[in-house]
Design a binder for this molecule. Structure first.
Ligand code: SF4
Ligand code: SF4
Length: 383
């Protein structure tokens, strides 16, 4: 099998995706300075860019699959080299050639599960609403105020189902007129798109959009920053525009409207982790902190890297499905930063971050030192 894609093909795909961005690089290396990979392994976005510019990309290499699309280096780049878009364009070539390094192979089976069952977890579509079976949660019907879209992990994963359940409890307490789509909901497709599988992304997006339109959906509440990002910034490519709200924004809205009272004490030291797709990609930094500050007794601490400098958990860009060696996990570093700032609870609002942090907490043996919580889990404890 040919492993070096023809130069013309690489340049054509890059042009179609991010313009001729790679050619603007003048090899300053600022991207490598901020990239979290350089704390755990040797990886160079600068080198990847240079190789692509000269048509030397080895599509069998692990390197082009490392980027988590965290958004940190594009903010630093003086030449607007659009590293994420161009990197995804390279992955598209590999996907079309059917070339995947060993650590990336799960992505291939995930594409099948996404197409067949609408989720990457190889779960049955008909079980998508099981998390809500014993709760007061209605199917969405036209005229309801808001659609709650809990995403694949919050629908199926035992740890993340607690987040969907906490969210439903909060919405019910606040008297929100909401519903869910259950088995009609598909994965939003954000992460599979970042692995280069544009065809599967477009299929999922089209099906979701049709369902939203058929049901008269106007406003969508999401738990995942990845759903938020793709509904808000990528689905408009299909000539639609839904109002999208992340739960951290909706919580402060409900509190400010007097519909949600935070009455109980939460006497713990807490730190907020900014998920890449909530913070850097969408500028939502203040709302979750505002919610936490309103909780009686809660002491909010900031980690060494926060807000625009937040350290990626390692799960974006489809990396949540790829194998990452124990010694190379960003989430291990982040747990260390949370403990160092004196926090007893690391709180966030992203299913990928929670998955990675829970894993690191246990593998590092910090189960007794720090808890991992979604913001809804804390709020549901204090209302
Ligand atoms: S920061 Fe931009 S210009 Fe500098 S090496 Fe990286 S991609 Fe090239
Ligand atoms: S987007 Fe993040 S992970 Fe990807 S190369 Fe840039 S800094 Fe590294």
């Amino acid at each position: 099998m040919e492993t070096v894609a023809p130069y013309k093909e690489i340049i054509d795909v890059i042009k179609a995706s991010g313009g001729d961005a790679f050619k603007r690089c003048f090899q300053c290396g600022l991207c490598d300075v901020v990239c979290p990979w350089n704390r755990v392994a040797t990886f160079s976005m600068r080198r990847l860019v240079r190789e692509a510019t000269f048509g030397l990309t080895d599509i069998e290499s692990e390197e082009m699959w490392r980027c988590t699309t965290c958004g940190r280096c594009p903010q630093q780049c003086p030449r607007d080299v659009k590293q994420i878009e161009s990197g995804v364009a390279l992955r598209k070539i590999a996907t079309e050639y059917g070339v995947f390094p060993a650590s990336v192979k799960p992505v291939r089976t995930i594409s099948g599960s996404l197409v067949g069952e609408g989720n990457p977890l190889k779960e049955e579509r008909k079980k998508r609403a099981d998390w809500a079976a014993d709760l007061s949660v209605k199917p969405f019907t036209e005229g309801m105020d808001i659609l709650y879209f809990p995403d694949c992990y919050c629908s199926y994963d035992p740890r993340l189902k607690k987040v969907a359940r906490a969210t439903a409890a909060i919405l019910n307490r606040a008297g929100v007129d909401f519903g869910i789509l259950g088995a009609l909901e598909n994965c939003c497709g954000e992460s599979i798109r970042k692995t280069g599988d544009e065809e599967v992304f477009r299929r999922l997006a089209r099906e979701n959009i049709k369902t939203f339109i058929d049901h008269g959906v106007k406003k969508i509440l999401v738990s995942s920053p990845h759903c938020y990002h793709t509904f808000k910034n990528e689905y408009p490519e299909f000539m639609v525009n839904f109002e999208v709200v992340h739960i951290s924004q909706y919580l402060i809205h409900l509190i400010n409207e007097g519909r949600l009272e935070l009455t109980k004490e939460y006497g713990k030291k807490v730190t907020w982790h900014d998920p890449c797709y909530l913070g850097r990609h969408n500028g939502i930094y203040d709302e979750p902190r505002e919610v936490l500050k309103r909780i009686p007794g809660l002491e909010l601490k900031e980690m060494a890297e926060s807000r625009v400098d937040s350290l990626c958990c390692g799960g974006g860009g489809g990396r949540i499905w790829m194998e990452t060696k124990k010694s190379e996990r960003f989430s291990d570093l982040r747990i260390g930063q949370a403990i160092d700032c004196g926090a007893e609870v690391l709180v966030t609002a992203c299913p990928y971050c929670i998955t990675n942090f829970e894993d690191s907490r246990l593998t590092l043996g910090h189960g007794d030192v720090i808890e991992i919580k979604d913001i809804t889990e804390i709020v549901s404890e204090v209302i």
